[in-house]
Write a protein that binds this ligand. Structure first.
Ligand code: FPP
Length: 241
């Protein structure tokens, strides 16, 4: 049976999105501070991005900081901001070399101006890369995103009859990215936590008890193998062969 599965070609999702959960528990289980878990989670980014490039995933969206995460202890929030800055300083040149295009989803306004500038510069530097689009959700919330889109539509004078699925898509932070095919959540939590609530309407979900810092290339492959076995019907029925 396992052999048969191996023999089948894997169906690679065009867009994978990940809720990178469990950094805190990973650290706790090693008697380390929570920020050490976030650092370990950051080390893991490289492995998973590389695996996506190798497998031919075209869009990867990572939930790095939610609008609700501002409620965490101030030291942890500061640490997560520093981590974003470090990732840009240390990893962007390599990501750029490997054809990764960085995009941001969320609101950058609450982030300190120097960090915002770095994010915008990295986006500009990589804008013509085509190997992998990496959407980083930072200060992102799905409900916020929808409110933001409605406000902008009203400001632009969009009339009621012009509001379509396609138009809404164009007003979301993810404009230009296809809907996620596969959403992965690590650490055993079984909820969506305000992530891509519009875009994920027909995504396949994959939950694993593994904490994010331990979710490497093999785990990603396992998730994609399981995705390959799913029968996506988008609310319809299978077409007769
Ligand atoms: C959830 O674990 C993880 C986060 C809130 C932060 C994720 C951030 C990174 C992996 C690093 C930054 C990434 C980028 C792309 C710059 P948790 O703290 O909720 O874990 P717990 O549920 O075990 O406490």
């Amino acid at each position: 049976m396992a052999k048969d599965r191996e023999a089948l070609p894997m169906k690679i999702p065009q867009h994978v999105a990940i809720i990178m959960d469990g950094n805190g528990r990973w650290a706790l289980s090693r008697s380390l501070p929570r920020l050490a878990g976030h650092r370990a989670g950051t080390e893991n980014l490289r492995r998973v991005i590389e695996a996506c490039v190798e497998l031919g995933v075209q869009y990867l969206t990572l939930y790095a900081f939610s609008t609700e995460n501002w409620g965490r202890p101030v030291e942890e929030v500061r640490g997560l901001m520093r981590i974003l800055e470090d990732v840009i300083d240390r990893e962007m040149a390599e990501l750029h070399k490997n054809g990764v295009q960085l995009r941001h989803i969320g609101e950058l306004d609450r982030i300190k101006p120097s960090l915002k500038k770095k994010v915008l510069e990295a986006i500009e530097m990589t804008k013509d890369n085509t190997r992998l689009v990496l959407n980083v959700a930072f200060n992102y919330g799905g409900r916020d995103e929808i409110v933001f889109a409605i406000r902008n539509m009203i400001e632009d004078g969009v009339s009621a009859e012009d509001v379509t699925f396609d138009l809404v898509n164009r007003y979301l932070f993810t404009a230009g990215s296809p809907d996620p095919d596969l959403i992965i959540r690590t650490s055993g939590e079984l909820r969506g936590s305000n992530f891509l609530i519009w875009q994920g309407a027909y995504a396949e979900w994959y939950f694993t008890p593994i904490f994010w810092p331990d979710f490497g290339k093999d785990e990603l492959k396992t998730a994609i193998e399981e995705y390959s076995q799913r029968n996506r019907r988008f609310g319809q029925v299978n077409k007769k062969k």
